[in-house]
Each structure stands twice: as structure tokens, then as C-alpha cells.
Ligand binder design. Structure first.
Ligand code: SF4
Ligand code: SF4
Length: 362
């Protein structure tokens, strides 16, 4: 499975720093792994500061401070300051629960550049039910207000699935009302907890069609007022997306315990050797670690990708999804209509209206 890289890799632009897996919420679509890192295994402040410096030296421009809930780290201000000192643009991705007005002001003073707040729905009762946390919706609204008052740019992040897809328009209206400059409509990606909850989350094809039409219409209506980013959900697409812009091409993830991954689900692929920032410099990991070189470029591909004209456009889609749905991480992502497994996707997309959520908990 491990193949040597053919040429020197491009420089990464983005770093996803998963500071902790602790989170008060329990979203059933959470992209964190099922096997969550414990607090005792988390990197310390000095190591995160080193990671920020090494990332900047490697060419990274932007760091996304994520989790879990990054606000659960008492040293978040120090990590923000270290990232700012290294010259990185800092984006805080937060569940909006557990960051007080005073804490946000301290983060802004430490150099925070941008805040991304997730919302689960446009209606409080449904939002709190999806998050598995009473009162989360009200606290998210309050934090969004604080972000705008501090004049920090705000993005609202809405993960779409069967329970909220009919209110996608109302969620865009909510983002506008909160003062966001951008809203990300992200359909649930079926890895980790979302794969476990797929039967409960998967919307019907007709619902997806209606949601896409609403988003397109609102993009026109609100042009200039808010940027609306959205992508067609995987299971109903014809071609796959170039997952993370191509394996080991644009970005890297550091997990709470320091493992460096090409994407957040990469650890689900067995047989890959992931290196840790506790033992290696980030540049060495990016350039030489077997896991980063396993699916770089196109030499690892098998048919139909190996001879396909789009192989350097979408890089065969997502390796983790290929593994989850075909058992082979080198296979074409079954989202692609050229994959021999594509026909089975409709069956997998079958939802079960009565399926209960398995909430994400440590
Ligand atoms: S998706 Fe939900 S549970 Fe997962 S880290 Fe974000 S807020 Fe927490
Ligand atoms: S066959 Fe492979 S490279 Fe070609 S479009 Fe499908 S996933 Fe992309």
C-alpha cells in the first residue's frame, strides 16, 4: 500500500489543528473518529506552538483551530498567540458552547482573525435535539452576537441531513440575521460518527434536489450580502470531489495526540504508517512519511482511475470513502458513476426514518 512519491510534494496551504476531542455536544454526524483521543493524550501548549512555527515554515497560510470544541483547551489563547506570531491566519471553528464574551475578547486580543460557528438547525428545539445538548442553540446565537460586536468576521457552518434539510433556506436566513459574511452548507459526510448514523441522517434524493434549488435561488437573491458555499452531497453526485484537494497536496491535519493525517478520516485506512509531531518535524512528515506518500499523485491508482482523463482533477475521489464502501482504499470512490460499485450506492443511501441517533460521546 505504501508507494514512494514521484516528485517533491507541493506545499500545504492549510492546517487543521484538532486541539482536543472534548466537546459538550454530541452531533451524530461528527467527523471525529469513533475512537476519540483522551485529554491525557493531548499535545501540550509548547508542542502546539512548535507545530504552528513549523507549519508556517512549510508554507501553510491558514490554521483552522478545531476539535472537538477548541474552547475546552484552557491554553487556547496561547495557541492562538503562537499561531499569530508564526504569521498564520487563525480561524476558530467552534460549537459556540463554552466560550464566554470575556474569553472571546481575550482570543481576539491574542490575534484571532476569524470565527466559524456551527448551527444544527434554524429552530431551537430541533437544533438542541441534533446537538444532544439543551440550550446549545441559544448559546450559539449569543456567541455569534459577540463575534460581530468584536468586528471579527463570522462564518456560519450548517451540516445538512434528513432532520434539517427542509429548513436549509431558514438556516441561510439565520446566518444573515446573525451578521455572518459567509455560510457553509455542508451535507453530512459519511465517515466516523456519520457513517454509524447513516440510516438516520441520509436525506431522500428529492429532498436533496429541493435543497439545491433553494440554495441556488438564495445565492442570487443575497448576492453581495452573504457568500453561500455549498456542494452536492456525495451519494447523489455523478463525479467525486477531489477530497482535501488531493491526498497530501494542500492540507494536513494534526490530531489532539499529535498524529499527522492527510485528512480527518485517514486513520480509518489500515496499514498506513502515520507519524507523530512528538517524534518528527512537520516538514519531514509532509515530505517523507509513508502515509502522506501512499496516495500522492496518480501512480497508486487502479482502473478505472488509472487511465481516466479526470485522474489529476479529482484524484479518484476520497480514499476513506473508497475503503468504507468497497473494502479497497485504492479503488475509485464509488460516488463516481464509472466505479463498478456506483450502482450499489442508491441501496446504501436508503434511509431509515425510525433510526435513532447514536450521539458522539467520549
Ligand atoms: S460536530 Fe458536534 S460533536 Fe463534533 S466536534 Fe463539532 S460540535 Fe462537537
Ligand atoms: S474513474 Fe476515477 S479519476 Fe475518473 S472520474 Fe471516476 S473517480 Fe475520477
Amino acid at each position: 500500500m505504501v508507494a514512494p512519491a514521484q516528485e517533491s510534494p507541493p506545499r500545504p496551504l492549510g492546517l487543521l489543528a484538532e486541539l482536543t476531542h472534548r466537546c459538550p455536544l454530541g452531533c451524530p454526524y461528527c467527523s471525529n473518529p469513533l475512537d476519540l483521543d483522551a485529554r491525557a493524550d493531548e499535545l501540550d501548549t509548547a508542542t502546539w506552538a512548535r507545530v504552528m512555527r513549523e507549519a508556517a515554515a512549510l508554507g501553510v497560510l491558514q490554521v483552522h483551530l478545531s476539535g472537538g470544541e477548541p474552547g475546552a483547551r484552557r491554553d487556547l489563547e496561547h495557541i492562538v498567540a503562537a499561531a499569530r506570531e508564526a504569521g498564520l491566519y487563525t480561524n476558530l471553528i467552534t460549537a459556540g458552547v463554552g466560550i464566554s464574551t470575556a474569553r472571546l475578547a481575550a482570543l481576539a486580543a491574542a490575534g484571532l482573525d476569524h470565527v466559524q460557528v456551527s448551527i444544527q438547525d434554524s429552530e431551537a428545539a430541533s437544533a438542541d435535539c441534533i446537538a444532544g445538548y439543551d440550550g446549545a442553540f441559544a448559546r450559539k446565537r449569543a456567541l455569534a452576537g459577540d463575534v460581530v460586536r468584536l468586528k471579527l468576521p463570522l462564518t456560519v457552518n450548517a451540516v445538512i441531513h434528513r432532520a434539517n434539510i427542509e429548513r436549509v433556506g431558514a438556516m441561510i436566513d439565520l446566518a444573515l440575521a446573525l451578521g455572518a459574511g459567509r455560510v457553509e452548507i455542508a451535507h453530512a459526510q459519511y465517515y466516523g460518527w456519520a457513517l454509524k448514523n447513516r440510516a438516520a441522517l441520509m436525506p431522500a434524493r428529492e429532498q436533496v434536489g429541493r435543497a439545491i434549488a433553494v440554495v441556488e435561488a438564495m445565492r442570487e437573491t443575497h448576492r453581495g450580502a452573504i457568500v453561500i458555499d455549498s456542494v452536492v452531497p456525495d451519494y447523489y453526485a455523478r463525479y467525486p470531489k477531489p477530497c482535501v484537494g488531493g491526498w497530501g497536496r494542500r492540507s494536513l491535519n494534526v490530531t489532539p495526540s499529535g498524529v499527522v493525517l492527510p485528512c480527518h478520516a485517514a486513520a480509518t485506512i489500515p496499514g498506513l504508517d502515520f507519524w507523530n509531531v512528538r517524534e518528527y518535524a512537520l516538514a519531514d512528515i509532509w515530505t517523507s512519511s509513508p502515509a502522506f506518500n501512499a496516495f500522492r499523485g496518480t501512480d497508486w491508482m487502479v482502473e478505472p482511475c488509472a487511465s481516466c482523463a479526470r485522474r489529476s482533477v479529482d484524484f479518484g475521489g476520497c480514499r476513506c470513502q473508497a475503503l468504507a464502501l468497497t473494502g479497497d482504499a485504492r479503488a475509485a470512490d464509488p460516488v463516481c458513476h464509472l466505479s463498478p460499485h456506483h450502482a450499489g450506492l442508491a441501496e446504501l443511501a436508503r434511509s431509515d426514518a425510525d433510526a435513532a441517533y447514536v450521539y458522539r460521546r467520549i
